[in-house]
Ligand binder design. Structure first.
Ligand code: AMP
Length: 383
């Protein structure tokens, strides 16, 4: 297969910040970028040469979008399977639709992981209220009920603390197919972002620690302070997942590290991931450039990390008192500000992030957290 070389056109399904950072990498390397999403003036579209606005189920629009590009990738995994299939009629889609199909549905993802012998938290498939009541008795409390499809950042999730709460939980997720997972009393959460080339070459960015607030990623610390044995196992699991799924591109594996030092996979994301944003500022090749190289069939770049780093997300909550103080953030010379071009700041919405470097991970974390705190605008009469 001949590589898709600079000067060619990349098509991105999806218009969010992941596509934006991918498009920035692609344009820097001399590619043209076309975006397809149902919205206008999207974070990705702002960086693209062409922004197509159409619903994902307008398959004729998808086909004509794909005809105009040399390769198609996606920036979020909830692109419907028929959309990926329509695009594939006109251009290579990487990673291919089968990877999407498995990872965009928790029941299929769990079955894949289980079948591959990869450790996950105990779970039951739930398709009815009676099924949930039974599953709660089998799994025990606390447990977490998660919708099978279209979940992200804690959407479509509810914690069940007592068996009596099952009916209300079933109602609250909209009575749709779901999985019930045992609640994992974890020591910490970690992830591995890795890439696999068209020829099967595997590269990874090591193990990073992730801290969440309200189910949304808040902080990533790179590298994670876990034992070497745990880190090695996490990377081997990421490699096995990518080989078994035959992924071309970047994939992230999120894990729980239990108090006994065991790893359990929480979920897979078949694309660049929020926990890999630090790679833009801290690594020789960012996860976005790596995705580009992989889907274009180019050799993968070095994942070497140049300095310890920490990333903090900037959620819409930071806008509660008006536009944050970006001047103050820029006063932290080790901090790098990334904003996604979103017009509306809503609580919980990912608006940007800050990555800071440091002599060590603790210093990087302090730099990043301090830079973010400085952004929060406190009106005079609050002081
Ligand atoms: P998810 O959308 O499945 O990645 O969940 C988002 C976050 O919710 C995770 O990163 C954890 O912090 C928390 N969480 C999800 N599932 C569980 C679980 N089974 N046990 C403990 N915490 C969980």
């Amino acid at each position: 297969m001949k590589p898709v070389l600079p000067g060619s056109t990349i098509g991105i399904l999806g218009g969010g910040q992941l596509g934006r950072m991918f498009a920035i990498s692609a344009r820097r390397m001399g590619y043209r970028v076309h975006t397809f999403s149902p919205d206008a003036d999207t974070p990705t579209g702002q960086i693209s040469d062409v922004e197509i606005r159409a619903p994902y189920d307008d398959l004729d629009a998808v086909r004509s979008f794909a005809r105009a590009v040399n390769v198609v990738t996606f920036e979020f995994e909830n692109v419907p399977a028929p959309t990926a299939a329509a695009a594939a009629e006109a251009a290579p889609v990487r990673p291919d639709g089968a990877v999407l199909h498995t990872t965009q549905h928790r029941i299929r993802e769990k079955a894949f992981l289980d079948g591959a012998g990869i450790p996950i938290a105990p779970y039951r498939i739930v398709r009815s209220e009676e099924g949930l009541v039974r599953a709660v008795l089998e799994i025990g409390c606390p447990a977490v009920l998660k919708t099978a499809g279209f979940g992200y950042d804690g959407h479509g999730q509810v914690r069940i603390l007592t068996p009596e709460a099952a009916a209300a939980a079933w109602d609250s997720i909209g009575r749709v197919d779901a999985v019930l997972e045992a609640f994992v009393d974890f020591e910490c959460e970690v992830s591995v972002v890795a890439a696999r080339g068209v020829d099967g070459t595997f590269r990874h960015y090591g193990v990073v620690e992730n801290r969440h607030q309200r189910h949304i990623l808040d902080i990533t610390i790179a590298p994670a302070g876990v034992a070497a044995g745990i880190a090695e196992r996490a990377v081997e699991i990421a490699r096995a997942v990518m080989e078994r799924l035959d992924v071309t591109g970047v994939l992230c594996v999120e894990f729980f590290v239990t108090r006994a030092g065991e790893l359990m996979v929480n979920e897979l994301a078949p694309r660049p991931h929020n926990s890999g944003h630090f790679t833009i500022d801290a690594c020789v090749t960012s996860q976005f450039e790596q995705q580009l190289r992989a889907v274009c069939g180019l050799p993968l770049g070095s994942t070497r990390q140049i300095a310890p780093a920490a990333m903090v997300n900037l959620l819409g909550d930071l806008w509660a008192n008006g536009e944050p103080d970006w001047n103050a953030v820029c006063g932290f010379p080790e901090a790098k500000l990334h904003l996604y071009g979103k017009a509306q700041a809503r609580p919980g919405r990912k608006m940007g992030h800050v990555t800071a470097l440091g002599m060590d991970a603790v210093t990087a974390l302090k730099n990043a957290v301090d830079a973010r705190a400085a952004a929060f605008y406190a009106p005079r009469n609050f002081l």
